[in-house]
Design a protein. Structure first.
Length: 178
């Protein structure tokens, strides 16, 4: 008879615990979303939970010509102060750690007189168009792998547009905005 009382006590305790758990789920039921609403850095799509989809790895930026339409040359001159420790913005200015940037827009890459460019920049070729300047100023080392430029880049698109508009003004005959 003693064993029956112990077994009955254990069964009643288990049933009470199960009942409390089920009752709390009824009171506080939370549905899991089908798609994660945030991205956890460092986890790729293979490591995500079943059914979850990756939202967007990187936001889409407006084209640089659209940003240039709203850019400010005075703000660009202020942001350019970050560049001025290595680059000279004046006509016939001497090269510093980096080349002088007078008349840089639409100029061939890697051809400034008296400056030794990296082999990667020389091999990259082409002209410094608005799009090229935007990509390079965003992250120079990523845009041209092997460049000597140690600057980490301008992350804000508006800052890049302001600086590019300022660079455009550093010319006797500024490049057209097209």
């Amino acid at each position: 008879m003693e064993i029956n009382k112990i077994v009955a006590g254990i069964l009643v305790t288990v049933l009470i615990v199960i009942g409390i758990v089920n009752f709390s789920e009824i009171l506080y039921h939370v549905e899991q979303p089908e798609v994660a609403h945030y991205i956890v850095e460092g986890i790729d799509g293979a490591e995500m939970a079943d059914g979850a989809e990756e939202v967007a790895a990187e936001p889409v930026e407006e084209p640089i010509l659209v940003l240039l339409a709203a850019a400010s040359m005075t703000k660009g001159e202020k942001v350019f102060k970050k560049c001025a420790s290595c680059h000279v913005p004046t006509k016939d200015g001497a090269n510093k750690i980096g080349p002088g940037l007078w008349d840089i827009v639409n100029k061939d890459k890697g051809v400034a007189d008296g400056f030794s460019y990296s082999a990667a920049l020389k091999a990259f070729g082409g002209k410094w168009t608005y799009e090229e300047l935007n990509g390079f100023l965003k992250n120079p080392k990523k845009y041209i792998d092997g460049t000597k430029m140690s600057f980490s880049g301008l992350k804000k698109p508006n800052d890049r547009a302001d600086v590019i508009l300022y660079l455009r003004s550093l010319s006797d005959n500024p490049a057209p905005l097209e």
